[in-house]
Design a binder for this molecule. Structure first.
Ligand code: DCP
Ligand code: MG
Length: 363
C-alpha cells in the first residue's frame, strides 16, 4: 500500500503548451500558418527571440537567440511583436481547465504548470487518461495544443512533457524512472544550470548515471544543501510537492536600450517608466513591498544591482521614484555605457485596505 511519503505514490502531470506565443499568433491569423515565424525582437535593431514556430525552428532559430541571428538563418522569417495580454488571457483559460481536475495546480509560467492528480477520482484515477482529457479540453477551448508528461514526481513529469513535442503525451512509470534518469544529460536536471553543469563536468559528471555513482557524503561538501536533491534525482526520486499559487517573491520590469546610453538623466527617466510598470503590476495584484532594487547591465554585459529597504512597505509610487536617483548613482560609473536598466520590488506583502482609501493605490 502506498504511504504518504512513498516516493512512487503520487501522480503528477506537467503540461507545457507548444510554441506558445507563436501558436496563439497563428491561431489569430491563420495566414501565418506554415511560414517561419518569430515572436519578439526586431531584426533591424536589438532584441531577442521570445519564441518561434516549428517552421522557424527547422532553420535553427530558438528562444533567446538574437533576432539578427534569426534573420540571418532565415531571411524570410516573419517577426511579430508580442501581445502579452492575449497570452495572459489564454493562460487564464488553461488554468481554469486545470482547476477542474485538481486544486493542486502550480503554474510555472504562462504556458506551463504542474498538477498533482493523486487524489483525482476522474477516469478511475488513471493519470494518463486524465492528462489526455486535459489536452482534449485545452484544444477544444483554445484551439491550441499542449504536451503532457505524466509521472510520479515533478522532475520526471517535466522531462516527459518535453519528450514528444508537439501534442505529446508521455508517461514515465516508476519502474522506468531510474533508467531514464541514468541516460539524461546533467543539464536537463531540474535546478542544474550552465554553471553547476560545468562544475559537474569537471568532476566527470555528465549524465544521471555519472551522478548516481557519487555517495551523498561526497556530494555534500561540494554542493551543500543541494546535495541531497542531486543524490535523489540521480535515482529518479524527487520529493518536491506541487505548490499551488506559489506566492511571488518579487515583481520587476526591465528594458534593453536600442543604443547604449550614458546620460544619467536619460537613465533616470527610463527607470521611472519601469517603476511605473512595477507599481501598476503591484496594484493589479494587490501587493506592495519593502525593498526596491535597481539593476544595471553595462555594454560589456557585466551587471550591478543596488537595493534599498524601507522600514515599512511602500505606500506610493512616489516613494519608489524618490529612491531611484540614489540607487542609480550607486550602481553606475560616470562615462560607462549602459545597455539595460531594471527596477524590482521585493519583500512583498499584501496591500491591505487598513491604510485608508487614499493610500490604497500605489499610483
Ligand atoms: N519565452 C520567452 N523567452 C524565452 C523562453 C520562452 O519569452 N527565453 C516565452 C515564449 C514562449 C513561452 O515563454 O512561447 C513558453 O516557453 P517554452 O519554453 O514553453 O517555449 P514554447 O512554448 O514557445 O515552445 P515549446 O513547444 O518548446 O514548449
Ligand atoms: Mg511551451
Amino acid at each position: 500500500m502506498a504511504s504518504a511519503d512513498d516516493p512512487y505514490a503520487r501522480r503528477i502531470i506537467h503540461i507545457d503548451m507548444d510554441a506558445f506565443y507563436a501558436a496563439v499568433e497563428m491561431r489569430e491569423d491563420p495566414s501565418l500558418r506554415g511560414r517561419p515565424l518569430v515572436v519578439g525582437g526586431d531584426p533591424e535593431r536589438r532584441g531577442t527571440v521570445a519564441t518561434c514556430n516549428y517552421e522557424a525552428r527547422a532553420y535553427g532559430i530558438h528562444s533567446a537567440m538574437a533576432s539578427r541571428t534569426a534573420k540571418k538563418r532565415c531571411p524570410e522569417v516573419i517577426f511579430i511583436r508580442p501581445r502579452f495580454d492575449l497570452y495572459r488571457a489564454v493562460s487564464a483559460e488553461i488554468r481554469e481547465i486545470f482547476l477542474q481536475y485538481t486544486p493542486k495546480v502550480e503554474p510555472l509560467s504562462l504556458d506551463e504548470a504542474y498538477l498533482d492528480v493523486t487524489g483525482c477520482r476522474l477516469f478511475g484515477g488513471i493519470a494518463t487518461d486524465i492528462a489526455r482529457d486535459i489536452k482534449r479540453r485545452i484544444l477544444e477551448k483554445t484551439r491550441l495544443t499542449g504536451s503532457a508528461g505524466v509521472s510520479y514526481n515533478k522532475f520526471l513529469a517535466k522531462i516527459a512533457s518535453d519528450m514528444n513535442k508537439p501534442d505529446g503525451l508521455t508517461v514515465v512509470r516508476p519502474e522506468d524512472g531510474p533508467k531514464l534518469v541514468a541516460h539524461l544529460p546533467i543539464r536537463k536536471f531540474f535546478g542544474i544550470g550552465p554553471v553547476t553543469a560545468a562544475r559537474m563536468k569537471e568532476l566527470g559528471i555528465e549524465t544521471g548515471a555519472d551522478l548516481g555513482q557519487w555517495p551523498l557524503e561526497r556530494l555534500q561538501p561540494l554542493f551543500g544543501k543541494h546535495a541531497e536533491y542531486y543524490y535523489q534525482a540521480a535515482r529518479g526520486v524527487d520529493l518536491r510537492e506541487v505548490e499551488p499559487d506559489r506566492p511571488r517573491k518579487s515583481l520587476g520590469s526591465e528594458t534593453t536600450f536600442v543604443q547604449d546610453i550614458q546620460d544619467l538623466e536619460e537613465m533616470l527617466n527610463a527607470l521611472k517608466l519601469r517603476a511605473r510598470e512595477v507599481a501598476l503590476d503591484l496594484q493589479e495584484k494587490q501587493l506592495t513591498g519593502k525593498t526596491v532594487t535597481v539593476k544595471v547591465k553595462f555594454s560589456d554585459f557585466t551587471q550591478v544591482t543596488r537595493s534599498h529597504s524601507f522600514d515599512r512597505p511602500l505606500t506610493s509610487y512616489r516613494q519608489m521614484v524618490a529612491i531611484l536617483p540614489d540607487l542609480l548613482r550607486r550602481a553606475t560609473e560616470p562615462g560607462r555605457a549602459v545597455r539595460l536598466l531594471g527596477v524590482t520590488v521585493s519583500n512583498l506583502v499584501p496591500h491591505s485596505d487598513e491604510e485608508g482609501p487614499v493610500q490604497r493605490s500605489l499610483l
